[in-house]
Design a protein around this ligand. Structure first.
Ligand code: ATP
Ligand code: MG
Ligand code: FE
Length: 352
């Protein structure tokens, strides 16, 4: 079984081909950082136009590298949401056209499900598992019972972790995207120099909150000399923010694990999977790894390039759905909002 997947929900234009033996036959990706950098964030209209300019070429290139023709495919999958609607429309329309032309089924993939199932592509993880989904628009704990079967254990009550990294990085004068820049800046920093809050830590449940950390960062910046930060101040503040986010996520993850241990849903081989762009952060990965070692859980984190947005995860989620007969009609409507779990709150973090 071979599936082509397209990703266009934010600022990455990507096409990839995967097969049912978990092989990534081709993966093509173009990040639009240069287009958006002057604005300090992703501009939806610029993103949509860039997807339109580049997607056809990336698809042709992915098929060529994989050595397959359109008619060799078993399905064409695309992110159908959630995301910036202009970009999602470009990907969905392209996938529908390819599906129609090749007579193959179309699969609309939930972008969050694509992040959620990535560990099954990279590490053949079996259900159930606990998922910490940490990305630019989302921060959720989900019990993953199967394809399309999710129970939400906790979510952010305000900002996503990636959004917190991006916004605090911007305040510190770091470039876009903020997460990777902040991680680099933090490398030599002292995480304990500035006292930053650990919102929600110690509270019952598994919800998280990051907007207070953003405000506290602004307040610290107001105490420092005006103008560009010194290298020392920048490193210490970046390390402080990163340490606070990691502390909060580690503690909340521990609670989610306890909950699954106690209600018997962790299964016989308890496993924590981390996914989404923030899962590329090495400090966070190390903390979660150590937590799992202490608790006797397995820890799975996909390679960095499959944590941030990519099309291999979309092709793989499409393949998982295809195997279950879950294809979509050609009148599927792109969904700017599309929660994974049935009882999602109205607001699951800002962004998408
Ligand atoms: P969503 O998946 O919620 O729709 P998205 O697709 O924009 O949002 P991803 O591409 O999954 O998000 O992740 C991007 C986010 O990950 C950005 O906020 C970025 O700053 C953050 N990020 C990427 N690398 C790192 C890193 N090394 N450390 C911290 N954050 C990072
Ligand atoms: Mg992105
Ligand atoms: Fe994403």
């Amino acid at each position: 079984m071979i599936v082509l997947g397209l990703e266009t929900s934010c600022d990455e234009t990507a096409a990839a081909v995967v097969d049912c033996d978990r092989r990534v036959l081709a993966q093509k990706l173009l990040s639009q950082y240069d287009e958006h950098r002057p604005y300090g964030g992703v501009v939806p209209e610029i993103a949509a136009r860039a997807h339109l300019d580049h997607l056809d070429g990336l698809v042709a290139e992915a098929l060529r590298v994989a050595g397959v023709r359109l008619t060799d495919l078993d399905a064409v999958a695309a992110t159908g949401g959630p995301g910036l609607i202009g970009g999602v429309i470009v990907g969905v329309m392209t996938a529908k056209a390819l599906a129609l032309a090749s007579g193959r089924p179309f699969v609309a993939v939930n972008h969050l499900e694509a992040h959620a199932l990535t560990a099954r592509l990279t590490d053949a993880v079996s259900f159930p598992y606990l998922l910490l989904l940490v990305s630019g628009g989302h921060c959720q704990f989900l019990e993953v019972r199967g394809v399309g079967a999710y129970r939400r254990l906790g979510t952010t009550i305000d900002d996503a972790a990636g959004e917190c990294f991006d916004k605090t990085a911007k305040m510190m004068g770091l470039g876009h995207p903020g997460g990777p820049a902040l991680e680099r800046a933090a490398a030599e920093g002292d995480p304990d120099r500035f006292a930053l809050p650990r919102p929600m830590r110690g509270r019952p449940g598994c919800d998280v909150s990051f907007s207070g950390l953003k405000t506290a960062t602004r307040q610290v910046l107001d105490t420092l000399p005006p103008g560009p930060l010194s290298a020392r101040d920048l490193a210490d503040l970046a390390a402080g923010v990163q340490g606070a986010v990691a502390d909060v996520l580690e503690e909340r993850t521990g609670r989610a694990m306890t909950r699954m241990d106690q209600d018997g849903t962790a299964g016989s081989a308890p496993t924590l999977v981390v996914a989404g762009g923030v899962a590329a952060n090495q400090t966070l990965r190390a903390r979660l790894n150590a937590l799992c070692a202490v608790r006797g859980w397995a820890f799975v984190a996909p390679p960095l390039g499959l944590c941030t947005d990519n099309a291999a995860m979309v092709a793989w989620a499409g393949l998982e759905r295809l195997r279950l007969g879950l294809t979509d009609p050609l009148d599927f409507r792109p969904r700017p909002r599309w929660p994974l779990d049935p009882d999602a709150p109205k607001r699951t973090g800002a962004g998408v």
